[in-house]
Ligand binder design. Structure first.
Ligand code: HMG
Length: 396
């Protein structure tokens, strides 16, 4: 049975910070953030936005894009590492806001940036096993990436959600059964203690952990795929490669490493062809943790000028801590038109820039967001209004 992505939805905050402005405020050359890290803008949510509102907006877009009724969804999993409650899952709030059926299995997954991929693989197995009985899974990756103000991680923040409708009619991407390689290892590269709103990271070590995991997962994929030995670089079997994107330069480092493993003496030469289009949207949003690789996939499908129909795409998901997976899918006819119709680039261009003092005010205000008294909902769509009697209140 085929299984894969039938539709996708993306939500980002309405406001962002220009990385060049942030660099100047921190006394750093703008080139370090913009060219050195490969990030132009990072999404910064205001106080009426949280992991729930982003997830709900992305999920609604995915359902509307597929013309799917909430009754068709039999499994809803939200992958996140920035949840809003120690017990109640983000997925339950999303169920309520979207009006999903009471006959839907609902929960949350966590493994740093890998949590969404864990949920996706589970959904694919649910569909392939026949347990879905024609129903669809809604997998939502939603996060607000936050490091301390003034730390090296600060320019690699971001916020956003990507929702994927997973079914046996994968109109966008059919994921290849059995073609997946996993690598996991207990490392202390990035974490967020229970008492902290900010993530802590051993930055340069985390880059090395990512590259080690890429190597392990790529080798495991090659063994699992067990394809005949061919001429040239193994990764030329893919029309595009989509890496987890904590910042654009990380994808460049990843690609260089992967092509070196392939024995390519000029490992950067294939970067624009195989990776470039996947970075257009992430460079405008920053790291969105669980959703980062899926935003890169949406970027590839909405910006690639060539027809990818019938072509294979390689996907590499990395979550600190760590667990990583390399897997692949085949682009379906009409997929690029469907994703282009979401108008993602135009949506990003309609956001409002925050000055650095405004951004710093928002960061301070967000520290106490969980206890914020209920305020009137601002704007349209799903909004976090505040907390009353220890209960979060949302506007629809
Ligand atoms: P840093 O140490 O301040 O930066 O922080 P740097 O000194 O390494 O410089 C960065 C790049 O800018 C370098 O390029 C410089 O040469 C260049 P590279 O050598 O790497 O190619 N540069 C310039 N370029 C142009 N003009 C200039 C200039 N100056 C310097 N004037 C670091 C960098 C990534 C460590 C930091 O931002 C950080 O700690 N970020 C957070 C951690 C992170 O994103 N790690 C990625 C791998 S782990 C992962 O992906 C998992 C994660 O998503 C979490 C999860 O799983 O949940 C993070």
């Amino acid at each position: 049975m085929q299984a894969g992505l039938e539709a996708i939805g993306v939500a980002v905050p309405d406001t962002y910070v220009e990385l060049a402005d942030l660099a100047m405020a921190r006394g750093v050359a703008p080139g370090k953030y913009v060219e050195g890290l490969g990030v132009t803008r990072m999404g910064v949510p205001l106080v009426d936005e949280d992991t729930v509102t982003l997830a709900s907006r992305a999920a609604r877009m995915a359902l509307e894009s597929a013309g799917c009724s909430p009754e068709d969804v039999g499994l809803l999993v939200v992958g996140t590492e920035t949840a809003v409650d120690h017990s109640k899952p983000v997925a339950s709030y999303v169920q309520g806001l979207l009006g999903l059926s009471t006959r839907c299995r609902i929960f949350e997954t966590k493994h740093a940036c890998y949590g969404g991929t864990a949920a996706l693989q589970l959904a694919l197995d649910w569909v392939r096993s026949g347990s879905a009985k024609g129903r669809k899974a809604l997998i939502v990756c939603s996060d607000i990436a936050r490091y301390g103000v003034g730390t090296p991680g600060e320019p690699t923040q971001g916020a956003g959600a990507v929702a994927m409708l997973v079914s046996d009619t994968p109109a966008l991407l059919a994921l290849e059964a059995g073609k997946t390689g996993v690598y996991s290892k207990d490392v202390m590269d990035f974490w967020r203690p229970l008492y902290s709103k900010d993530a802590l990271v051993d930055g340069h070590y985390s880059v090395q952990c990512y590259l080690d995991a890429l190597e392990g997962a790529y080798r495991a994929y090659q063994e699992a795929a067990a394809e005949p030995v061919g001429e040239g670089a193994y990764s030329d079997r893919f029309a595009a490669l989509v890496y987890h994107v904590p910042y654009g330069k990380m994808s460049r480092k990843a690609h260089r490493h992967l092509r070196t493993l392939d024995g390519d003496a000029a490992p950067d030469a294939s970067f624009d062809r195989l990776v470039g289009n996947s970075l257009v949207l992430p460079s405008q949003v920053g790291n969105i943790y669980t959703g980062s690789m899926y935003l890169a996939l949406a970027s590839l499908l909405s910006t690639a000028p060539q027809d990818l129909t019938g072509q294979r795409v390689g996907l590499f998901s990395y979550g600190s801590g760590s667990c990583a997976e390399f897997f692949s899918g085949v682009v379906q006819a009409g997929a690029q038109e469907r994703v282009k119709a979401l108008g993602l680039e135009a949506r990003l261009s309609r956001r409002r820039a925050l000055s650095i003092p405004e951004y710093e005010d928002v960061m301070r205000a967000r520290e106490h967001l969980d206890e914020r008294p209920v305020a009137d909902a601002a704007g349209s769509g799903f909004r976090y209004q505040g907390t009353r009697d220890h209960k979060r209140i949302y506007a629809t």
